[in-house]
Ligand binder design. Structure first.
Ligand code: SAM
Length: 419
């Protein structure tokens, strides 16, 4: 019998010859304990309960200098921070490959992680670095306080120095770091080490041509983007008239790339919103094909922060976003997506759940997309903005321009109230 554990029991029974055997077992046991710890760590991440509710945006309370710039589609820092804190740990590597003005990497860095910012737009990285530097300034006071405490507690410090990295981490010393990369997302593999969490917000099709709109600032800053970067920007249209077909393929590919950059058993959150079902399909199919298991789909909708278009009262413009969170498993799936799907029935079901007779169009649309995906029918879901509005009206709902949401007709409300 060569099994180590049996040997160990035997050694206990016949005392004297046991010592060398136990010594031999030492490295094996250490190895096993190490593997056990590794498994524990992986399991800990894997058993996390996903964030299940929307987080009210708190842009006004930002004390992190985000207000110094108007970069496009800036995400509310408190929402990003909550996700980073939930899905990663101190010392972890947290990446945003479509980093924009850097909220993910900055929040990660401020929370003792290694914040990794990447963006193809030099302006985005310029802003991100500027804010990170300002935020580092905030830490000067902490560093000074820490140093003074250190001077007064040398004995305790010697104690700490004798401990392992993991033990030191428990003492809460500031270990945040900030890295910047300026790559096309597809060039990131091989250039950065695997990461522990990704929170990202890819461009939403043709809504914003980031590089075109940043030309003045990039030239002024002495960093005009290369032709290759302009061709690789993940958008539809722009000055180069980039095609939608290529966008959809590359969106799917970029999600696969994210999973390639992520360690096994870790989490990935993607922020997205659009009226296009194929765009959602690209994200969901791309993730499933490389083991991304969708664990949460949260609509961050109804915040008082609306886009300028939305403020004009146009119900066809989407505001808010959905945060899709996946766990990286080792089980890639090719899912059926062409089963039939009854949109009208799904809309009725969701509208019936609305207790107070009001609903945000974005919330309803997101629920339908996820329902269709979970029923293996996303490929059959064919709904345009106008068809969506028509369907709402057929169900007896009216769009309220000022509140930016749909309301059940008063007559229906009364009828339902009487039931
Ligand atoms: C929706 S924005 C991200 C905004 C960000 N969440 C923030 O809070 O500022 C998407 C970003 O992706 C960048 N981008 C577009 N194509 C890219 C590509 N191929 N590789 C890397 N970044 C890209 C754009 O420059 C833009 O800054």
């Amino acid at each position: 019998m060569v099994d180590g554990s049996v040997g160990l029991v035997a050694a206990g029974r016949h005392r004297s010859p046991a010592v060398p055997e136990v010594e031999q077992l030492g490295p094996r046991l250490r190895e096993l304990r190490g593997a056990h710890r590794l498994l524990d760590t992986m399991n800990d991440y894997g058993t996390l309960k996903p964030i299940a509710d929307p987080i009210p945006a708190d842009r006004q309370a930002a004390k992190r200098h985000y207000g110094v710039h108007p970069y496009f589609t800036r995400r509310p820092f408190n929402v990003v921070r909550t996700y980073v804190l939930h899905y990663s740990r101190e010392g972890d590597r947290v990446l945003d490959p479509f980093g924009g003005s850097g909220v993910t990497a900055i929040e990660a860095f401020l929370e003792n992680r290694i914040g990794i910012q990447n963006d193809i737009n030099p302006l985005a990285n310029f802003i991100a670095k500027g804010i990170a530097d300002l935020s580092k300034g905030n830490h000067t006071d902490y560093v000074a306080a820490f140093e003074s405490i250190r001077d007064r507690s040398q004995r305790g410090l010697r104690d700490i120095e004798g401990k392992s990295d993991e033990d030191v981490r428990q003492t809460g010393g500031f270990r945040g770091r900030f890295e910047i990369h300026a790559e096309d997302i597809d060039d990131l593999p091989g250039r950065i080490e695997p990461v522990d969490y990704i929170f990202t917000d890819p461009p939403y099709g043709g809504h914003i041509s980031y590089l075109d709109l940043s030309t003045l600032w990039n030239v002024w800053n002495g960093k005009p983007p290369t032709k290759k970067a302009r061709e690789r920007e993940l958008i539809v249209g722009g000055d180069l008239d980039l095609s939608e077909d290529v966008y959809v393929k590359r969106l799917e590919e970029s999600i696969r790339t994210c999973f390639a950059l992520l360690k096994p058993g870790r989490w990935l959150s993607v922020v997205f919103q659009h009226w296009s079902v194929p765009y959602f399909d690209a994200i969901l199919t791309g993730a499933a094909s490389v083991g991304g298991d969708l664990r949460a789909a949260i609509s961050q909708i109804g915040d008082p922060i609306w886009s300028m278009h939305k403020k004009k009262g146009n119900q066809s413009v989407l505001a808010g976003e959905m945060i899709l969170t996946f766990l990286k498993t080792d089980k890639p799936k090719t899912l059926e997506i062409a089963r039939p799907f009854d949109v009208a029935a799904a809309v009725s079901r969701i509208l019936d759940e609305s207790a107070n007779g009001t609903i945000y169009g974005e919330y309803l649309f997101n629920r339908i997309v996820i329902n269709a995906w979970q029923s293996g029918a996303l490929g059959s879901l064919d709904i345009s903005r106008t068809a969506f509005a028509d369907l709402m009206e057929q169900h007896g709902w009216t769009y309220e321009e000022t509140a930016h949401r749909w309301r059940r007709h008063a007559a229906q409300q009364t009828l339902l109230g009487a039931l």
